[in-house]
Design a protein around this ligand. Structure first.
Ligand code: ACO
Length: 331
């Protein structure tokens, strides 16, 4: 656990708890230990999700792994996590479960949820595991130069199983996704622009090691632009799924918003007239865990009794790309 004060005292970043808390609502975040990656955390979350679904890993027909912080450039975290399941069976691979990464940043989980629900509704698959897992701490600028971005992000993973059902009162009722690539550079990590052939043209240092412009290594963000678009697109996407289903805020039992920034979520809730008691948050504990925020919230809501079978849940997210999405589910 790394508190806002720890960023100053342990990492030497010129910041204060008050600055971060007032602007984002974040009090602390988690950083994975060395050697732990997104697939490791995703695996732990997935095991719990499968167990709570009353299934075993052998029942899973497909893995969708949403992450912006995979262990490697390729292959993706999905196959590394799939290998961990194979190890559970002592090397016996019961079936070659397909695994696919979804690279849609903060919206990745909802892109996965939409894809998974379409797969089960089409009858092609029965049980799709959707995981959101992030190890941001491995690629944050832990100096004052990077303080705006660094103070926002934390590590974590969450998972759900989307299953086929004959019960018309359960399942993902509606989803909506969107993207606007004109703003790709408003929140991105510019390193390895493949068009510039970085591996070929990279200058080499005297010791033979590759030199990279450190400025391109870290996430870069136009915070104000992200804020403005996040509020607009989250409202738009949420309204789209609700109108389609003729639902108002009164009909929704629980709103699960992506945890990027408490102020973004307050704006969205106020704009749409959503009462605070229908919203859940945990950004103060985990910061922004990107693709993991929504499944982390769902898990906590279930554990604390806020989320019960029969409830109608509305989810919404916005992130780098820009990408966004919303979904309504009957739990
Ligand atoms: N501690 C202390 N000072 C800081 C820190 C920090 N952690 N970070 C930035 N500052 C300073 C800046 O250096 C700047 O100082 P200056 O005026 O001397 O240059 C000053 O604070 C203001 O900086 P701004 O970037 O203008 O601060 P702003 O009010 O825009 O707040 C914030 C920044 C909180 C990031 C805001 O823009 C925001 O919330 N944007 C949304 C971004 C977001 O949520 N991204 C998450 C990922 S995308 C997603 O998940 C939706």
């Amino acid at each position: 656990m790394v508190t806002n004060d720890d960023l100053r005292t342990q990492y030497g970043i010129d910041t204060t708890h008050e600055w971060i808390h007032q602007r984002t609502g974040i009090e602390e975040r988690r950083y994975a230990e060395d050697g732990v990656g997104s697939a490791d955390m995703g695996f732990e979350a997935a095991k719990i999700a499968i167990q709570r679904a009353g299934l075993t890993p052998r029942d899973i027909d497909m893995i969708l792994f949403a992450t912006l912080s995979p262990e490697h450039h390729f292959p993706g975290s999905g196959v590394f996590m799939q290998r961990k399941f194979a190890e559970l069976f002592e090397g016996d691979m019961p079936k070659y479960v397909p695994a696919m990464d979804i690279r849609n940043q903060c919206s990745g989980f909802l892109y996965g949820l939409g894809t998974a629900s379409s797969m089960v509704q089409s009858g092609a698959l029965k049980h799709v595991l959707v995981v959101g897992g992030e190890t941001h701490s491995a690629a944050l600028d832990m100096t004052t130069r990077g303080r705006t971005v660094t103070s926002l992000f934390g590590d974590g993973a969450g998972a759900v199983v989307v299953s086929a059902t004959d019960d018309p009162k359960r399942g993902v009722r509606k989803w909506h996704l969107g993207a606007d690539g004109r703003f790709a550079e408003a929140l991105w990590m510019p390193v390895w622009d493949i068009r510039k052939k970085p591996f070929v043209n990279l200058p080499h240092g005297r010791d033979g090691k590759a030199e990279i412009d450190p400025g391109t290594l870290w996430p870069q963000m136009d915070g104000k632009q992200v804020f403005r678009h996040a509020v607009e697109k989250m409202c738009m996407s949420l309204m789209q799924v609700c109108f389609d289903q003729s639902l108002s805020a009164n009909d929704i039992d629980l709103f699960v918003f992506h945890q990027a920034n408490m102020r973004i979520n307050t704006y969205v809730a106020d704009t749409l007239g959503i009462p605070q008691d229908k919203l859940i948050h945990n950004i103060h504990k985990y910061g922004n865990t990107t693709a993991a925020t929504i499944p982390l919230l769902l898990a906590e809501a279930e554990e604390t009794g806020r989320l019960k079978p029969g409830m109608k849940v509305a989810m919404v997210a916005f992130g780098s790309g820009f990408t966004w999405g919303a979904a309504i589910a009957d739990w």
